[in-house]
Ligand binder design. Structure first.
Ligand SMILES: Cc1cc2nc3c(=O)[nH]c(=O)nc-3n(C[C@H](O)[C@H](O)[C@H](O)COP(=O)(O)OP(=O)(O)OC[C@H]3O[C@@H](n4cnc5c(N)ncnc54)[C@H](O)[C@@H]3O)c2cc1C
Length: 459
């Protein structure tokens, strides 16, 4: 066969199931082309765009060490290239949920290539479970995380490592070239950095995971979502590492595996219900009359709502492309509940800014917050952004990082600025409405409004 292998977002030399496949089928391959189609990042935030170019560049540099020169092309030139190379087969990932554009995902690309009579060989590369066999006892999809987790937890078992040497594969490769206008170079080996960061997390931090992961001012979370979104780490190897040390600290290791199971749950769900990328999972709530207030949305995106935890979180996202899970829950609840703005607006904004953007986790994270998705608790779950600040950023250390205006202000004033208008002005020269916004909405009034909206939907 004349084989092309698509490696976008499987940016790893080690533990790569696509290399494993090539090695196993070496005898059948007449010619091999390594293809790295590049996503169009022109409409995303610059930090995210740069990270993508860096991570692709780092992988391309590493391939060169093995004498592999890939074809680097924009996604919209992929079909043409496959045609020109006279490929008979294309090997590709079928489970990547992180593409910046939907048209680059497996269903779209494989359909286009099949039209050219190219045979598609697909492998799961960045997820653990197989959606086509993940059903409950009634052979129906799981719709609630807890039952999914209980029923599938036993499937996480030690698995054999992959078996290949890249040097054995490189002799099959035709020499490619860079047909994009982007120069890919990197002096950092991001895959190695990622492996080291993962090992450091296991050594130093996982022991605090169950109790401290919600503290937004501390760094007891792993930061692995980026590595998983770009395929720098293999999920099977991650699970193997977790199982190795599991008996020494079941509580913390289980808490971590449970979060990874959330990622699997949303992946399985999105594969089984692809329409939920754009509409409510719960059909009843497709009729909600959301607000489309551009002014309120703008205030939220710019971190100018007058709720310090929300504002600090949004400013951090805009500046770095990162946001802690607790803060994602807080800001998404604020947008969809306090401002009652359509969750799809928030989802689209996160897509532009989050470096670790993953369609399934993002869409279903948003739907969870908006109460249109899989949350087992009904619509009356609504976070109070001030109380969330008191609980998860007790000393306001995180808020102060992003809102230096509050540097010298005690935490209790920061979490409830409207209760300390005079003190803030007199003692700290902070005038609400001038130096820092007044609260955009009254939380209690918003709560009453949103509860009525949900209760009366469709009536
Ligand atoms: C509104 C909203 C949007 C989100 N958008 C994304 C997204 O685009 N991409 C993304 O990877 N995650 C998303 N999440 C899930 C979660 O916030 C991130 O995975 C997590 O913050 C990543 O940081 P970490 O790797 O340090 O997490 P850790 O706490 O160290 O967790 C370990 C891993 O478990 C997985 N995980 C943890 N929590 C969740 C969760 N709630 N849902 C799914 N997987 C989880 C991630 O792969 C993560 O890397 C979103 C959550 C919400 C509420």
């Amino acid at each position: 066969m004349n084989l092309g292998v698509i490696l976008n977002r499987v940016f790893r030399i080690n533990d790569n199931p696509l290399f494993h496949f090539i090695n196993e089928h070496k005898e059948d391959i007449d010619q091999l082309a390594i293809l790295i189609p590049i996503e169009d990042m022109s409409d995303v935030n610059k930090v995210k765009q740069q990270y993508y170019y860096d991570v692709a560049g780092s992988f391309i540099e590493e391939l060169k060490q093995y004498n592999i020169q890939p074809f680097i092309i924009p996604y919209n030139k992929l079909e043409e290239l496959c045609y020109n190379l006279e490929l008979t087969h294309v090997l590709m990932a079928k489970d990547i949920m992180s593409y910046n554009k939907e048209e680059n995902d497996y269903p779209h690309i494989s359909a286009k290539l099949k039209q050219q009579k190219i045979k598609i060989i697909s492998r799961r590369v960045n997820h653990y479970l197989q959606p086509s066999v993940t059903f409950n006892k009634q052979h129906e999809p799981y719709k609630v995380f807890t039952s999914f987790y209980k029923a599938n937890r036993d499937k996480i078992v030690k698995k054999p490592t992959y078996n290949y040497k890249l040097n054995d594969i490189s002799s099959l490769c035709v020499k490619g070239e860079n047909k994009t206008e982007i120069t890919f170079s990197s002096d950092k080996d991001l895959e190695q950095q990622s492996i080291k960061a993962w090992q450091a997390f296991l050594k130093n931090d996982i022991g605090y995971y169950a109790s401290n992961r919600d503290d937004v001012a501390q760094a007891y979370v792993s930061g692995m979502s980026i590595d998983l979104a770009y395929g720098l780490l293999d999920i099977t190897m991650v699970m193997n590492d977790l199982l190795d040390d599991y008996p020494n600290d079941e509580e913390n290791y289980e808490a971590y595996i449970r979060e990874l199971m959330f990622r699997e749950f949303y992946y399985v769900l999105m594969t089984q219900f692809p329409e939920t990328a754009h509409q409510s999972f719960n059909e009843k709530y497709r009729k909600l009359n959301w607000s489309y207030s551009k002014a309120n949305f703008k205030a939220w995106t710019e971190g100018k709502t007058g709720f310090p935890l929300v504002d600090a979180a949004m400013r951090k996202l805009n500046r770095t492309g990162h946001m802690h899970n607790r803060l994602r829950m807080v800001v998404s609840q604020f947008l969809t509940k306090d401002l009652f703005i359509d969750w799809t607006w928030g989802e689209a904004y996160f897509k532009k800014y989050l470096i670790d953007y993953d369609n399934a986790s993002n869409v279903h994270g948003w739907q969870w917050s908006a109460s249109t998705g899989t949350d087992a608790v009904p619509y009356f779950r609504m976070f109070n952004p001030s109380t969330q600040g008191e609980r998860f950023d007790k000393n306001a250390y995180f808020i102060k990082e992003e809102l230096p205006i509050f540097d010298d202000v005690p935490a209790k004033y920061i979490h409830h600025p409207m209760s300390y208008v005079e003190r803030l002005k007199k003692d700290y020269e902070i005038e609400l409405g001038k130096d820092y916004p007044k609260e955009l909405v009254d939380h209690k009034a918003s709560r009453d409004y949103v509860m009525t909206k949900f209760k009366n939907v469709g009536k």
